[in-house]
Design a protein around this ligand. Structure first.
Ligand code: HEC
Ligand code: HEC
Length: 424
């Protein structure tokens, strides 16, 4: 029944089963409506890989954090309110692996027909979204959902819009690589040897793989490609927006931005309940996490014919749990860099931030004509936190102005995250 792309590749073994360290149980959070929140216990083995080494980057309270105890360990620079990211024990994060991963992320030779890279749908200048309503895969198939940003993806315990079973970056990237519903990069049993041969033929990769996986004979294969791309993604930290600098006392916000901030974090607009914490969302995992809550929410975007239906195939968490209470529930996205990630929502159906604010102010979306007509405001699964808000035009503009303070210009241009082939 599910229309989700699923990994069809099995040779990569445990990747497709997600993390070894956690068990996923469907258990409603006490006080929450059934089906809204899954809870996961994380084994202690995950914990505390990172080590805060020094707080030496000037007045802002930034720390340099060592990602692993391996030689050549990658170092993040994190503000005080950013927890230490989690790195799986079996894929220590090193500079060399991230650098190999960056090349693979930008390399169209990694797709079956040689036309599409991860970066084709994840553009750095758009915080790794693509500006389209929905993208097309390498063979032209439309994806049913909007391409997500990758900033701070290392902190997401579940990946993609509503899939509670994709629990690691290693597992997630099997979907665009090998998935056939829809075909994205289109690697399959017939062409996978050709794809690897393309990489083996380039001396650049001989060197990059040797540096990333020293002492490993013949490292060019799917497990190591997977580890390297996941490693690159763990370096994509966005923590230097004007809002971050404001928190650190390094920059001020305008009066309008401060009014928007008050609204965002206040009980009138209620945004912060779901877009909270350092990453402006409510599903977060880090090195010290022991128990995870995995909430998914229905924000009243659709209610086709007032039957509770969403446009096929995007029924949200329901596709995985078959629980009618989960219809239309999605993971709240991080709002970092949201200024550059339009269009919005899981299906790209809201074109601008102003339109997002209209949606929330109305307490859901009323669609009056066409195949999706229905009153989202009356959806039976709609979150109790979404209801009509009395926002005047000035207050909506204030909220939009605040959201734009979350843009991190340095992240959007950081040469460590940029296309390495463009410079050659
Ligand atoms: C054809 C366009 C396309 C390509 C190619 C593509 N992606 Fe994506 N990506 C998407 C879409 C669409 C989503 C949302 C998927 C969903 O909800 O099912 C997504 C989601 C993700 C996510 C989840 C982010 C989050 O917040 O949970 C990650 C991570 C990701 N992609 C990484 C990659 C990597 C790595 C590659 C290359 C191996 C890649 N993508 C290739 C379109 C693409
Ligand atoms: C009940 C939890 C909840 C509350 C409260 C909430 N949001 Fe959201 N928000 C979500 C979810 C879930 C989505 C994704 C919905 C979807 O795609 O169907 C979302 C999507 C968004 C998006 C689109 C982001 C993107 O990348 O597509 C923006 C912008 C946003 N919310 C801003 C706000 C603002 C501003 C407020 C306060 C007025 C707010 N949200 C209140 C849960 C919430």
């Amino acid at each position: 029944m599910s229309h989700r792309p699923r990994p069809t590749w099995s040779r990569s073994g445990s990747w497709s089963r997600g993390w070894s360290g956690a068990r996923l149980r469907a258990r409603p959070r006490s006080g929450a409506r059934p089906g809204s929140t899954l809870r996961v216990r994380v084994k202690a083995a995950w914990a505390a890989f990172g080590l805060a080494l020094l707080a030496a980057c000037g007045g802002g309270g930034l720390s340099v954090v060592d990602a692993s105890r391996s030689a050549g360990s990658y170092r993040w620079v994190l503000p005080a309110d950013f927890p230490i990211p989690r790195v799986p024990d079996d894929n220590p994060l090193t500079e060399a692996k991230a650098e190999l991963g960056r090349h693979l992320f930008y390399d169209p030779r990694l797709s079956g027909n040689g036309t599409q890279a991860c970066a084709s749908c994840h553009h750095q200048d758009k915080a790794f979204t693509d500006g389209r309503i929905v993208p097309r895969g390498s063979t032209g198939e439309a994806h049913p959902r909007n391409a997500q940003g990758l900033a701070n993806a290392v902190y997401h315990p579940t990946l993609t819009w509503a899939n509670p079973s994709l629990l690691s970056l290693e597992a997630q990237l099997q979907v665009p690589l090998f998935g056939d519903n829809p075909v994205e990069m289109g690697v399959n049993e017939q062409n996978q040897a050709t794809v690897l041969a393309r990489l083996r033929a380039d001396p650049l990769y001989t060197n990059l793989f040797a540096a990333a996986f020293p002492g490993v004979a013949d490292p060019i294969g799917w497990p190591r490609i997977t580890q390297a791309i996941a490693s690159f993604q763990r370096t994509l930290i966005s923590a230097d927006s004007r809002y971050d600098r404001y928190l650190q006392g390094r920059e001020s916000l305008t009066a309008q931005e401060q009014r928007g901030l008050q609204l965002f974090f206040g009980e009138k607009a209620e945004c912060f309940h779901c877009h909270s914490g350092h990453n402006f969302n409510d599903q977060v995992v880090h090195a010290s996490t022991r128990v995870l809550d995995l909430p998914f929410h229905n924000t009243g975007l659709y209610n086709i014919g007032n039957t509770g239906d969403f446009p096929e195939p995007n029924q949200g968490l329901f596709e995985f749990t078959n629980n009618p209470a989960d219809r239309g529930r999605f993971r709240a996205p991080s709002l970092r860099n949201v200024e550059v990630t339009a269009p919005y929502m899981h299906d790209g159906s809201v074109p601008t931030l102003e339109a997002v604010l209209d949606h929330y102010a109305a307490g859901g979306r009323l669609i009056t004509t066409g195949p999706f007509a229905g009153d989202g405001r009356l959806h039976p699964n709609k979150s109790d936190l979404i209801s009509r808000i009395d926002l005047n035009a000035q207050e909506k503009a204030d909220l939009v102005a605040f959201l734009k303070t979350l843009t991190d210009e340095n992240f959007l241009r950081d040469p460590r995250f940029a296309n390495p082939f463009a410079a050659r």
